[in-house]
Design a protein around this ligand. Sequence first.
Ligand SMILES: *Cc1c(COP(=O)(O)O)cnc(C)c1O
Length: 348
Amino acid sequence: MTRPEPPPASLQMRIDRDALMANWRALDRLSGTATAGAAVKANAYGLGVDRVAPALLRAGAREFFLAHWSEVAPLLGHVDPAMVSVLHGPRNAAEAAYARATGATPIINSLRQARLWNETGGGRCHLMIDSGINRLGIAPTEANDPEIAHLDIDILLSHLASADEDSALNARQLSVFRQVSQQVKARRRSFGNSAGIMLGADYHFDLTRPGIALYGGVPVSSLGAHVAQVAFPEAAVLQVRALQPGDSVGYNAQWTARRATRAATVSIGYADGFLRARGIGGALGFGDTALPIIGRVSMDMVVVDCGDAPVCEGDYLSIPFDLPAASALSGLSQYEILTTIGHRFQPV
Ligand SMILES: *Cc1c(COP(=O)(O)O)cnc(C)c1O
């Protein structure tokens, strides 16, 4: 028996593919003589690798970065394995074998990973240098280790800690990366993320690795003119209710009506990435009208004050997704707002 098609979901996510492609092209152009790759880890920052990867490929992206090996298979439905790299690297023999079986390229992050890759047969890989973020990557002092000399390194990478700030750490990391790249033989070099691209040509090398800005994030204001909003979520009104003065709304009765109020219960909650922080001072959109959120955000619902707007059950309200604005209002990072998007949005 075939399963019936599900009816339209109460949560819908429109992706503006043209904006996504234009963002990649802008970042590629801003990368100067370097080429832009694309960080598509965490299901393309929550937006869905199935929709994002084909658009980025069409725009011209040829290097795709994932964090986990579990992310490889979904991406391979869309791009050639030689274009796929895994940032966490091979943690054990099973992951090294999986890299070889799929053709995805491991990013070696430690002498232990280098030894593992060499001992299990070697082959093309990338190497991450930790130039100062102290997270993943070999230390500069380990660059002369024989295990590293044995690697067949395509891309030598490093990652900036404070690219979104005017920080002395940027130039310090650049200097460390330059020094190490004189000691390590590699075909290409890659340094800047989205914000790093805006630090100028010194930070570009051969390949940049934008993520957040592809998806409409603006990590530094200088990127604002080049990046367009990509994600447009909407949530359905489940119920409209008439509140009387003194009626409270939601868990822990954090809001109480002072006058008669039309309120709408909307199908989005913190399970959909709409965290409680986004409810405080937040609003949903009914056309051009902002409907203030009242009471606490629940797991699956939020309540808005309809004011005079003719909101009906079944209407869809827009979820604010201008990332810099939503971040400023909620205190959440633009990365958090994107990557916590849940699994209940229907692609439209
Ligand atoms: C996530 C990630 C990126 C992308 O960074 P953005 O700030 O989203 O542009 C680039 N490089 C590495 C190593 C990453 O982990």
